[in-house]
Write a protein that binds this ligand. Sequence first.
Ligand code: DC
Length: 227
Amino acid sequence: MKKIIIAIDGFSSTGKSTIAKQLANKLNYIYVDTGAMYRAVTYFALEHNFIGDSFFYSEKLIEHLNQITITFKFNTVKGFAEVYLNGKNIEAEIRTLRVSQYVSPVATLSAVRRKLVEQQQLMGKDKGIVMDGRDIGTVVFPHAELKIYMIASAETRAKRRYKELVERGDHLSYEDVLENVTTRDRIDSTREDSPLVKADDAIEIDNSFLTIEAQLETILNLVSQHI
Ligand code: DC
């Protein structure tokens, strides 16, 4: 069967990764969470004190980019690939609110984007891939056969993210999560390099009131038109 590239873009917590993972499992495709790659670079920057409460030594981070190797390894128990930074599994570390608070400024750096986009394009060279992020349909794979643009209200998204974080045992307020979601929306969509925009040929799905099953069915229908 013909293999295609499926690009899924959208604001934070639009449920892109939930759908992308299930879609990849159904189609036997590789799933790549590009947000995890930007989070891994941010985790590295935090660990090295290149970024913090009132400082960002972006030149230092750029100088050290060649010391960052990001890989993914499939976890058969969890059913998706976890992210590794220089051989260390950092899947749990990158999902904290702390990393979420610093990831958007890190993702504005063109040197960071160039490095990660190059790796993403290599991962998709044989197709058969579902990739989610902000610039997949516009920059990483402008010729992807299927592009989805997911939207949902900021409140719906913050509620989802809050529930996820509380279930993990994090102590934070809903207001903090909503503030993080809206701040990231603003930075991600107004940055100069590869801002989040809907590609002209992307299909928009508002999932505020759609079940995961309904979203999956809609996307699988679209996939069947291409393979
Ligand atoms: O999908 P996520 O919330 O885990 O992404 C974290 C951040 O990474 C997001 O706020 C912006 C950045 N990002 C990006 O700039 N480009 C991508 N392709 C994916 C994520």
